[in-house]
Design a protein around this ligand. Structure first.
Ligand code: HEC
Length: 198
């Protein structure tokens, strides 16, 4: 190859290289929008569906704790929480699920884009700003994410400091979730999110 040909070839590779770099960047970048009156109707409706998820779960969980205690309710969380998510998904015809940056269930680890939203919220919390439901596009999908914070003491019996969680609960957690990362929380901490994908 002549020097000129090599130069043309190298330039060509550099152009292709920078395009694919830009593409990779574009694929990862998400534009996080906070829910407000200007949001599209479908987003607003989806956000209302997500608002119903935590109260449904919390009321059933509270009943389970009364009946079976905390250690006995871990199996309730394990079977019933995914069931409620599946029921919501079916009723509303959208994939609805829970995620966390410090997940207990290995299948509920926040994806790369969901992690970006969590970090966005954590930054706002650090700055003493309120956090809201957000929406964004990723590929050809739209996601709506509602933050879930720790509202009360009840959650801490299973998600609080390891020194304060009862030995019975710790034992069941160790058995059912050997890779558990969902402890060490305090009231009002960001525990994770409920997500709708469509
Ligand atoms: C009886 C123990 C118990 C209590 C009380 C409890 N949780 Fe959990 N939590 C669990 C278990 C077990 C899982 C994993 C469930 C699964 O496998 O999907 C879980 C999972 C979660 C998840 C999904 C993300 C992940 O880490 O897998 C969120 C969000 C969550 N809990 C929030 C809360 C909040 C908020 C409260 C209080 C209102 C609460 N939990 C109270 C046991 C508990």
């Amino acid at each position: 190859m002549k020097a000129k040909q090599i130069l043309t070839y190298v330039t060509f590779l550099m152009v292709i290289g920078s395009f694919s770099g830009m593409w990779a960047q574009a694929k990862q970048d998400i534009n996080i929008l906070e829910l407000d009156e200007k949001a599209p109707e479908e987003i607003k409706k989806t956000a209302e569906i997500l608002d119903k998820f935590p109260p449904t779960l919390i009321s059933e969980l509270t009943n389970s704790i009364k009946e079976r205690g905390y250690a006995g309710s871990i199996s309730f969380c394990k079977t019933r929480a995914p069931q409620i998510a599946a029921e919501f998904s079916k009723t509303y015809n959208k994939k609805i699920y829970r995620v966390s940056d410090k997940n207990r269930n290995p299948n509920q680890k926040a994806s790369e884009d969901e992690q970006k939203v969590i970090e966005f919220w954590l930054k706002r919390i650090k700055e003493n700003q309120p956090i809201k439901t957000v929406y964004y596009k990723v590929g050809d999908k739209t996601k709506v994410m509602k933050p879930m914070r720790i509202p009360n003491e009840m959650c801490l019996s299973c998600h609080g400091d390891l020194n304060t969680i009862s030995p019975e609960v710790k034992e069941v957690l160790k058995k059912e979730y050997p890779q558990d990362r969902a402890t060490g929380y305090k009231i009002n901490d960001l525990r994770g999110a409920v997500v709708a994908e469509f």
